[in-house]
Design a protein around this ligand. Structure first.
Ligand SMILES: [Zn+2]
Length: 482
């Protein structure tokens, strides 16, 4: 089975066929940096990361871009409240965002463009829209003329007449129609602004994503993703801007991640019912948070509660315990070397090996079915249940070790994009580190016996340079960190 994706634009699951064979251009709306991200935002970002990495695992070359909105009303208000410059606010929370996504096990996108670094591209795009008749200037601001774009509403399924009848008629003589949205905002006193053809001002929210996406990827991309609250108006407006400017389909697939709910209400900063990702990560391990996300399909709503996270943490601990046993069995084999014996093939191992073939296939089918991580995790739990029965040292023979190794390698591959196990434990690293230093000292001892002083001193000085002091004594050589 090949990959299918639910496309918000066509409202159906479709086979995934990128514009260029084996290459994927992917864009995700990023954070507005006026606060740290909450755990609901984290869900959307982690899912985008998993999709990107699963596509890579499936053999695509992916270019992934996520923007940072570093100028916005909320940022200006936060700066006023705290009596700071707006750039102090954005720097603090941009760094916070990078810390949070790293802790969540996300890989950095290929580019993370910021709005304030793309004013030229944004202004050019606004100018193009004016020249093509899709936008108009009014008292130093520029608006998009929604009525001019025939495809308006195609993503969200809304139509202009319904929108018009439901629109609040604002006392704003600057706009021709209440549906028109701002591309460029004329400067207000005391607010940051940039020079433009229409006087000083700053970009509207929607235009920045169109401009940065086109600048860092292309006029046409394969996948655009974001939270489902962005479908309207943000993504609808991105389509209107980009397609009016280029005359081409903007994004072939639109993927939207469901809300994280608390007591059946969407978690949001404006409702005040949110938990910051960094606070959740103080209580729960990142792998547990990922398992909590993975256990639901990305488009479904997910209920946040500490109980649910605790369940995910327990699941994570169990997976890790079983995985460690598998690893120990394989390490034992390495220690013993060669054949480990002629224990008869155990029926449990034989059964597991057969189940594994089926579960591996079902795992891939689940991931290919619109990244159904909920079903995929179900297969992983089934595999671990089976594994827990066959790791006993009594069962070790060549066949069981072959099965364990194959399973271990599969789990490691899948963990690369799902991230349910932490495999870079500091203890393991430090043990390896100690072994490497011991090995170097061993070599140095041999060199000294052969009176190769230059080389042996080279090792001593080199270790000294990276903070490791060596002490030679009649009992041998000891080392310590300086
Ligand atoms: Zn956006």
């Amino acid at each position: 089975m090949s990959l299918k994706i639910y496309n918000t634009l066509t409202r159906q699951k479709e086979p995934f066929v990128p514009i260029k064979e084996q290459e994927v251009l992917m864009y995700s709306c990023g954070p507005t940096v006026y606060n740290y991200i909450h755990i609901g935002n984290a869900r959307t970002f982690v899912m985008a990361d998993i999709i990107r990495r699963y596509l890579e695992y499936s053999g695509y070359k992916v270019k992934f871009v996520m923007n940072i909105t570093d100028i916005d009303d909320k940022i200006i208000n936060e700066a006023k409240d705290k009596d700071l410059d707006f750039s102090d606010v954005t720097q603090l929370y941009t760094e916070g965002f990078f810390e949070d996504i790293a802790k969540l096990g996300m890989r950095m996108p290929d580019a993370v463009p910021r709005v304030t670094e793309h004013l030229d591209e944004i202004i050019n795009l606004v100018q193009t829209l004016i020249l093509k008749g899709y936008a108009y200037e009014s008292e130093g601001s520029v608006y998009y003329d929604v009525g001019k774009f025939a495809g308006y509403g195609k993503l969200s399924g809304k139509n202009i007449d319904d929108l018009m009848s439901g629109a609040r008629v604002e006392v704003n003589e600057k706009k021709k129609s209440p549906l028109d949205f701002v591309l460029w905002k004329a400067v207000k006193p005391g607010e940051p602004s940039w020079e433009s053809l229409w006087g000083n001002g700053r970009p509207g929210w929607h235009i920045e994503c169109s401009a940065m996406c086109m600048n860092h990827l292309a006029d046409q991309i394969d996948i655009h993703c974001g939270g489902s609250d962005l479908v309207f108006p943000h993504h609808e407006n991105e389509i209107a801007q980009s397609e009016a400017a280029t005359g081409k389909l903007f994004s072939k697939y639109w993927i939207h991640c469901g809300f994280l709910n608390i007591d059946n209400e969407k978690m949001s900063k404006s409702l005040g019912n949110f938990w910051l990702a960094r606070d959740v990560l103080k209580k729960f391990r990142p792998e547990a948070v990922r398992i909590f996300f993975l256990q639901k399909h990305y488009a479904s709503p997910l209920s946040y509660s500490e109980d649910n996270l605790r369940d995910a943490e327990n699941a994570h601990k169990r997976l890790e315990m079983i995985f460690n046993k598998v690893q120990q069995a394989l390490d034992l084999k390495e220690t013993l070397g060669g054949s480990v014996g002629t224990v008869a093939i155990n029926p449990d191992v034989e059964q597991f090996s057969k189940d594994l073939d089926r579960l591996e296939k079902e795992f891939h089918e689940a991931m290919d079915d619109d990244f159904n991580t909920a079903a995929a995790m179900g297969k992983i739990f089934e595999i671990f249940n089976g594994l827990s029965k066959i790791t006993s040292p009594k069962l070790l023979n060549d066949f069981s070790l072959y099965v364990l190794k194959r399973t271990r390698d599969l789990i490691l591959e899948w963990n690369e994009f799902l991230g349910f196990l932490n495999l870079s434990k500091p203890e393991n690293v430090s043990k390896k580190y100690e072994k490497i230093v011991d090995l170097l000292l061993d070599i140095r001892m041999d060199l000294r016996k052969r009176k190769e002083w230059t080389l042996s001193d080279k090792i001593r000085d080199g270790l000294n340079e990276i903070g490791i002091a060596i002490e030679d004594s009649p009992d041998g050589t000891k080392w310590k960190l300086k």
